[in-house]
Design a protein around this ligand. Structure first.
Ligand code: CAA
Length: 285
């Protein structure tokens, strides 16, 4: 029998977690959102309000639909609030130690039949799964930023994920109006493995002063039809996140394409993380 994921937990309310909570609540799912502290919850709530206001302004939601959407999300600072969840989607920072600790704790709290998903971009789902007593019920569920807008969701199965869990998660993702693809557990999955070599190459071109940031971005927008140029996209993704993804892929494949451009590290050290810190390759208000 197909599992129904009617109550879904989202752990970590950063850009991705808040976006995923919005996608879920928009289709009638009851969402329990958890972050470590009140400041984390407030940041997530702000993000949700801002994003859904934009959806109303652009005619994608009515004001009443936005209010219903927001009323389906409850907030908590403790993972124990997820005891009744059918599915939990984790979106905490990309550190294996942190994710492992979250899943070990969730395994203790949640029902044995609950399914666990990680929104990781490049860490191993297999490794995450073995930190639980239910590796057969652990999948990757990789959304793209901005989650309410972009349709792709990569569903990652490991060698031990139960086939019916994958099938039920795929059906659920389709029900969210998204376009799932199912893949094995390899750093970068499909989209990031292809995208980040290109983004890294753009940073190297900029670093060598081959072209200005504006010309680099204009070339890919106007010449290739991309909605954003590579440097603007890196600012959207966050330079710290981009660095972590590149570094993980480089360590797994040793492909020089993914060796992070030195400028990325320098900008991160200087606090230039992109939109979230107000400045990256460009400056934001
Ligand atoms: N709900 C529903 N729809 C929404 C919405 C919301 N909350 N907010 C905005 N929209 C809709 C808008 O109505 C608009 O649709 P229409 O064109 O039909 O009107 C569309 O989304 C775009 O919205 P905006 O006008 O606000 O923004 P924009 O036109 O400037 O586009 C963008 C911004 C969506 C970011 C676009 O530039 C884009 O798609 N860029 C590429 C992003 C990308 O490549 N992301 C992947 C990053 S990699 C990643 O995420 C993986 C990882 O692991 C890091």
């Amino acid at each position: 029998m197909t599992r129904q994921f009617s109550t879904v937990g989202v752990v970590g309310l950063g850009t991705m977690g808040a976006g995923i909570a919005e996608v879920l609540a928009r289709t009638g799912v009851t969402v329990v959102a958890v972050d470590v502290d009140d400041a984390g919850l407030a940041r997530g709530r702000d993000h949700l309000e801002h994003s859904t206001d934009r959806a109303v302004a652009r005619g994608k939601l009515t004001a009443a639909e936005r209010d219903d959407l927001l009323s389906r999300i409850s907030y908590d600072t403790s993972l124990t609030a997820l005891a009744g969840a059918d599915l939990v989607v984790e979106a905490v920072p990309e550190r294996m130690g942190l994710k492992a600790a979250v899943f070990t704790e969730l395994d203790r709290i949640c029902r044995p039949d609950a399914v666990f998903a990680s929104n990781t971009s490049s860490l191993s789902i297999t490794e995450i799964g073995v930190h639980t007593g239910r590796p057969g019920k652990v999948v990757g569920l990789h959304f793209f930023n901005p989650a309410p807008v972009l349709r792709l969701v990569e569903v990652v199965r490991t060698v031990v994920t139960e086939p019916d869990v994958v099938a039920d998660v795929v059906a659920f993702v389709e029900g969210l109006g998204k376009a799932p693809v199912v893949i094995g557990d390899r750093a970068g999955f499909i989209a990031n493995a292809l995208l980040f070599g290109y983004l890294n190459h753009a940073v190297r071109m900029y670093e060598s002063r081959y072209a200005t940031r504006e010309d680099l971005d204009a070339a890919m927008r106007h010449g290739c039809g991309y909605p954003m140029g590579p440097l603007a996209l890196l600012d959207l993704i966050g330079l710290d996140t981009a660095y972590e993804i590149l570094d993980t892929m480089y360590h797994q494949s040793r492909n020089r394409l993914h060796a992070p451009a030195p400028l990325l590290k320098q900008m991160i050290t200087a606090g230039l993380l992109g939109r979230k810190s107000g400045r990256g390759f460009y400056t934001y208000d």
